[in-house]
Design a protein around this ligand. Structure first.
Ligand SMILES: [Mn+2]
Length: 363
């Protein structure tokens, strides 16, 4: 039997409706804790999903402060300084793949950890992860933030699509913002790389990059943006600043993308692209874009950093997280993530070996 494209898309959307997110009691518990807090400190992953999850919660509960944490590496005691400075009565960790018990042990207040990376065993944390209920689920953190608040649908859309997920409320978004997304589009890759909405998502993601002081300013400005049109139509100074920063970083990104495209060998099933640490890190976004354009290939983007390479790996068809775990066995490195998108760090001495192993395992 041959299914029409529409029927297939509908099937996937229906499937989405059945995934378990968090339970109602978990959602209520989070709401109660956030209602009660006076000065929550949010520590969020500095990608599109992390920042949107933060913005959704901050805008709804209207209190506390947010600090973006670099994606590469764990949330560890390096970050204790923020706890001492801000003296929060609640810490909310969002979208961080790895959190160290040593940091948790130093935090004197209650901790909420809301995430969708592989499950971690931690003590003294209220931990919310949809994988606990359904290990096949793929629910971005901004999706959960939206379920907690029922506010700022557009931010949830930005966050989910950044994480390559078309959520079940995409149709609701199309109803509310018909000029931002044509109703036929559901493919996250298409929306990300071929539409105006995709450009908005990129603006959020790229504003989390570059100098710390500039990232801080971008976060503050984003907290005061009320609608996507403010940014798209540059209706105020804040929006202009965000657009300017985006455009500057995007020029850098486009150059890198061109370079990467020139490295692609049509016959090779693996794309490997390396770039130096002197440049801004575009590893995640670049890997996703290359993977969308080459859906039958494994994509590895590697950024040189001191003695290591920081990698982003993508494969739209195969379970790259299993392949990565196997390939890392016995090497000086670590990594993990989701089924089709992973990150890793590897000592330079083992880098070539790791790439060779991934080549063999993805054959
Ligand atoms: Mn995420």
């Amino acid at each position: 039997m041959i299914f029409s494209k529409k029927a297939i898309e509908k099937f996937y959307i229906d499937l989405d409706l059945n995934v378990s997110v968090l339970t109602d009691s978990e959602i209520n518990e989070i709401r109660e804790i956030l209602d009660k807090a006076n000065n929550p400190l949010y520590l969020f992953d500095d990608d599109g999903d992390g920042v949107c999850a933060y913005l959704i919660l901050k805008k709804h509960f209207k209190k506390g402060k947010g600090i973006s944490i670099k994606s590469a590496g764990a949330l560890d005691t390096k970050y204790s300084v923020y706890i001492y400075e801000e003296k929060p009565d609640l810490v909310v960790i969002l979208d961080k793949a790895v959190v160290k018990q040593e940091l948790i042990d130093e935090i004197p207040c209650e901790i909420l950890y809301i995430d969708h990376h592989p499950i971690q065993e931690l003590k003294k944390v209220k931990y919310y992860n949809p994988l606990i209920h359904d290990k096949k689920s793929y629910i971005p953190t901004s999706y959960m933030a939206y379920k907690i608040t029922n506010d700022n649908l557009w931010l949830a859309i930005v966050g989910c699509l950044f994480d390559y997920k078309s959520p079940d409320f995409l149709n609701e978004f199309k109803k509310q913002y018909p000029d931002l997304l044509d109703k036929t589009h559901t493919d996250p890759g298409y929306i990300l790389f071929k539409t105006e909405l995709g450009r908005l998502i990129k603006l959020f993601a790229f504003n989390m990059k570059g100098k710390n002081s500039e990232v801080k300013k971008s976060i503050e400005l984003l907290e005061n943006i009320e609608s996507p049109y403010e940014i798209i139509n540059k209706t105020n100074e804040n929006a202009e600043y965000l657009q300017k920063r985006y455009e500057k970083l995007n020029r850098e990104y486009e150059l890198l993308l061109d370079k990467a495209k020139n490295c692609i060998n049509n016959k090779d099933k693996v794309i490997v692209f390396e770039y130096p640490s002197s440049k801004t890190s575009f590893t995640q976004y670049l890997a996703t874009e290359l993977s969308y354009a080459h859906q039958n290939k494994t994509v590895i983007v590697a950024r040189e950093k001191e003695n290591d390479f920081k990698l982003s790996l993508r494969n739209q068809k195969k379970d790259i997280s299993k392949i990565l775990a196997k390939a890392l066995n016995g090497l000086s490195g670590y990594g993990g993530g989701h089924k089709h998108a992973c990150g890793a760090s590897i000592d330079k001495k083992d880098y070539e070996n790791l790439i060779e192993r991934i080549r063999k395992l993805t054959k």
